[in-house]
Design a protein around this ligand. Structure first.
Ligand SMILES: Nc1ncnc2c1ncn2[C@@H]1O[C@H](COP(=O)(O)OP(=O)(O)O)[C@@H](O)[C@H]1O
Ligand SMILES: O=C(OP(=O)(O)O)[C@H](O)COP(=O)(O)O
Length: 400
């Protein structure tokens, strides 16, 4: 791959469009509940500002119709606090107001343009050539000299602001993109034995990863946690109870049970299921051994139990590399945080080279103040996609 980086960009005095991923959890009043993704881009944006570029920042927030679909003014205010140069906010993305705001920039100044997904074309997927003909790319590129993509966490989307600009402007990877591609692109070369821990709720993507790492002998063992473990237990005919089975069905994961069963048929000795699980009983955490399941009728499996934490931690202690994706339980609730907190801590404190993917996993790490991972990815779906060896459209578009 021949992807140019900021080292190849003569930034001083040029107007650069920078696509970032600052899609963040919001509080009820629409303020930022977490600014980690904004802080991740400080290095790229400060480098450009310090080198005298004029920076037009492009980003999305939420999905049309969703609870977190919102304006980017709070993001602009926070970036203004975080960055070395002034950041203004513009409530347009590519129309005349936006282009005027970009053209009014001085060297070392930035403007955050409005949520790209306010425009219908931005929530469609196009090939790069077609994406370069969308209104957003066509109009905005007329006031830009170069394009930088730092939005690794959205790189699995083939949307105009992510894949369209490289056809019409010189394009570069930002520092976040560069680091993510470096780490996740080389994870297969890290020390053996490799253990993958798959949890959280992105069941289909996680099963893709399990299949890829087992079929290509990249991982010696796969440890399942979270909703992913519930699906594997259903596939193994473990009765996780009606409430958890209903959750799997309602969330649309039922098709994945069959895929999990196929993987168990081929690789049962390399896929670990929880030895015990935690449910809520009389308002308290109650742990149940796998062979004592099902739980009572209305009880859901919300975490792995302590026997599982201990067994998984022993596997981690012997690993050369651990790839961790997704929380082990409903970590947002203190009652069900132990699996995530203790297993993640075991990984961070192990001698293994450790990589973590996923926005919620990263949030859990911050919540519990866990330190010691070699790399915490900014991406969830994008990181999972890379771990399956699948190409990322926005990365391919940068490969000029
Ligand atoms: N057993 C479980 N039942 C229901 N939800 C769960 C369970 N385990 C984990 N979760 C939820 O999964 C979510 C995180 O999943 P996911 O988005 O895949 O993680 P990441 O962003 O790290 O990739 C969290 O909100 C967590 O509460
Ligand atoms: O938060 C994101 O991805 P993630 O949930 O996989 O971490 C990205 O901003 C992509 O958002 P999208 O999944 O609405 O396209």
């Amino acid at each position: 791959m021949a992807i140019r980086t900021l080292d190849d960009l003569d930034a001083a005095g040029t107007t650069v469009g920078v696509r970032v991923d600052i899609n963040s959890p919001l509080a009820n009043d629409r303020s930022l509940a977490d600014d980690a993704r904004l802080r991740a881009h400080v290095e790229t944006l400060d480098e450009l500002l310090d080198r005298g570029a004029r920076v037009a920042v492009l980003a999305h927030q939420g999905r049309p119709g969703g609870d977190e679909f919102a304006r980017l003014e709070p993001h602009a205010d926070r970036l203004d606090e975080l960055l070395s140069g002034p950041v203004s906010y513009c409530d347009a993305t590519f129309t005349v107001g936006a282009r005027d705001a970009v053209e009014a920039l001085d060297d070392g100044e930035a403007v955050l343009l409005e949520n790209t997904r306010f425009y219908s074309e931005e929530y469609m997927e196009f090939d790069p050539e077609r994406a370069s003909e969308t209104f957003l790319v066509e109009r905005l590129s007329s006031v830009l000299d170069a394009y930088v993509n730092d939005a690794f966490a959205a790189a699995h989307r083939s949307q105009p602001s992510l894949v369209g600009f490289p056809s019409v402007l010189d394009a570069y990877a930002g520092r976040v993109m560069e680091a993510e591609l470096d780490v996740l692109g080389n994870v297969n070369d890290q020390p053996d034995p490799r253990v993958d821990i798959v949890g959280g709720a992105k069941v289909a993507d996680s099963i893709d990863v399990v299949r890829h790492v087992l079929e290509h002998d990249l991982a010696t063992e796969v440890l399942t946690t979270g909703v992913v473990a519930n699906v594997f237990m259903l596939a193994a005919s473990v009765d996780i109870g009606d409430a958890s089975a209903a959750f799997v069905r309602e969330e649309g994961y039922w098709d994945q049970v069959e895929r999990a069963a196929t993987l168990l048929d081929g690789h049962r000795d390399r896929i670990r299921l929880p030895l015990d699980v935690a449910v809520e009983r009389d308002g308290e955490r109650t742990e149940i051994a796998q062979d004592a399941l099902p739980p009572r009728e209305d009880e859901s499996v919300l975490d792995i139990g302590h026997d599982t934490i201990e067994a998984y931690s022993e596997v981690v202690a012997d690993a050369g590399t651990v790839v961790l994706n997704g929380p082990a339980g409903v970590f947002e609730d203190d009652t069900f945080a132990a699996g995530t907190r203790e297993l993640f801590t075991a990984v961070a404190e192990s001698d293994a080279y450790s990589v973590v993917g996923g926005g919620d996993s990263a949030a859990a790490i911050r919540r519990f103040g866990i330190e010691g991972f070699d790399h915490v990815s900014t991406g969830g779906g994008a990181a999972l996609r890379m771990l399956t060896g699948e190409p990322l459209p926005a990365v391919d578009a940068l490969d000029q």
